[in-house]
Design a binder for this molecule. Structure first.
Ligand SMILES: C[S@@+](CC[C@H](N)C(=O)[O-])C[C@H]1O[C@@H](n2cnc3c(N)ncnc32)[C@H](O)[C@@H]1O
Length: 390
């Protein structure tokens, strides 16, 4: 029995290196994660990794216990205090709800909503076993929030959301804060928002990667399989169709070198975000087996991944050459033009001081956004983005 205590302490020591608060570290040191993951070997439970707990009929993950470091950082973004009322969207195993319950203490209240009845039932069991039967677990579409227990001081989504659901904003108290993994045109960031001057303004923004919300409030993003042999897919953050991209990829290529060099961190955290935000034709391609894509710095967990721009049956992708020099490769009849557009974005990003997630500011407006910075239009809100480059 001593084993898991030690493993948990090691995990928390590791997570603390990310700069989390004492209160959140204390919650991680108190709540036993293995109770929420009974089928998982205890040494795996206390790694700083997300653990998939449910898949759909096609084998795609639809529930997990999120990565502990990301959960901890988001709890700090949320700034939970004893006695508060908190609504969580995405109960999953119930582990994060237990951390929240520890943070709000006996005077507080945690309500957590999951869309799947089996997950909600299991989470109730885990929460009771871990000593948190007071958490209210509701089965339903989280986009509706849970009005009977509103208002809440804090709302947190632990599932990727495409837009701010009106119910969450209605159910938050005026001084409340909401934290959610928000889609910024295919790129996700955990954003903490509070009300200010008739709109919602970000207090902090962090990189994150959550599975997407299901149900009526799911986003419009679409992933098309281009080649079953290599499992080549293309994801379009705003939905829609593509032309014969595979034929384009098999044809002649136009290469435009940029003279801009960058390593993986700037590419993942900075340039990919910049492109997504500034380019509505942004796309991501991913491949599981050797086939069409070259290996590159965005590859992850055995998948080759590239980002680029797609328009009809033409596309261009961002790759890097020797010494991390960025190159735009265009394919199809409009490939050279798209590669030119991509190079222009890269040069603008470079000239702007290579903005990253740090310094990103997001204002969510319920009506049309003012200002002249990049804007992303959603169903209920318009996001206006700007960077503090200092
Ligand atoms: C990453 S898991 C949440 C992890 C969880 N907080 C934990 O500590 O284990 C995301 C969860 O969101 C749930 N979900 C997806 N769409 C939803 C929706 N529309 N409403 C409520 N829950 C949803 C999934 O069923 C899944 O359990």
């Amino acid at each position: 029995m001593a084993e898991w205590h030690e493993l948990r302490e090691d995990l928390v020591a590791q997570v603390r290196e990310r700069g989390i608060s004492r209160a959140v570290a204390d919650a991680l040191l108190t709540v036993p994660r293995h109770v929420f993951l009974p089928q998982v070997p205890v040494h795996a439970v206390y790694q700083d990794e997300a653990i998939v707990t449910k898949r759909d009929a096609w084998g795609r993950p639809i529930s997990s216990s999120s990565q502990p470091a990301i959960m901890a950082l988001m709890l700090d973004q949320l700034g939970v205090e004893p006695g508060q009322r908190v609504l969580e969207i995405g109960t999953g195993t119930g582990y994060n709800a237990a951390l929240l319950s520890h943070l709000v203490g006996a005077e507080g209240q945690v309500v957590s909503v999951d869309i799947d009845a089996d997950l909600a039932t299991r989470a109730r069991g885990h929460l009771s076993e871990a000593g948190h039967p007071e958490v209210i677990v509701v089965c339903g579409d989280g986009a509706q929030g849970f009005a009977p227990r509103a208002p809440y001081d804090r709302v947190i989504a632990t599932v990727g959301v495409w837009d701010l659901a009106p119910a969450w904003l209605d159910q938050l108290s005026p001084a409340g804060r909401i934290v959610l993994p928000l889609d910024l045109r295919g790129v996700q960031r955990s954003v903490a928002l509070e009300q200010a001057d008739g709109h919602w303004t970000s207090r902090s923004v962090l990189p994150c990667g959550f599975m997407r919300m299901r149900g009526p409030f799911a986003g419009p993003e679409r992933t098309w399989v281009l080649d079953r042999g290599s499992d080549l897919t293309i994801s379009l953050p705003e939905g829609g169709e593509v032309g014969d991209v595979l034929a384009a990829l098999g044809g002649p290529v136009t290469e435009l070198f940029t003279g801009v060099s960058t390593g993986r961190a700037q590419l993942v955290d900075g340039l990919s975000l910049w492109l997504a935000v500034h380019e509505s034709r942004w796309c991501a391609l991913s491949e599981a087996q050797p086939g069409w894509l070259a290996s590159g710095p965005l590859d992850s967990r055995g998948f080759k991944t590239v980002v680029g721009i797609v328009e009809g049956g033409s596309l261009c992708v961002l790759e890097s050459e020797a010494y991390d020099t960025l190159v735009a490769r265009g394919f199809g009849p409009g490939g050279a033009r798209l590669a030119g557009d991509l190079v222009a974005h890269i040069e603008t990003w470079d000239a702007a001081g290579r903005p990253m997630t740090t310094g990103l500011h997001i204002d969510a407006h319920l009506t049309t956004a003012p200002g002249d910075g990049p804007v992303i239009r959603k169903r209920h809100t318009t996001l206006a983005l700007s960077w503090d480059i200092g």
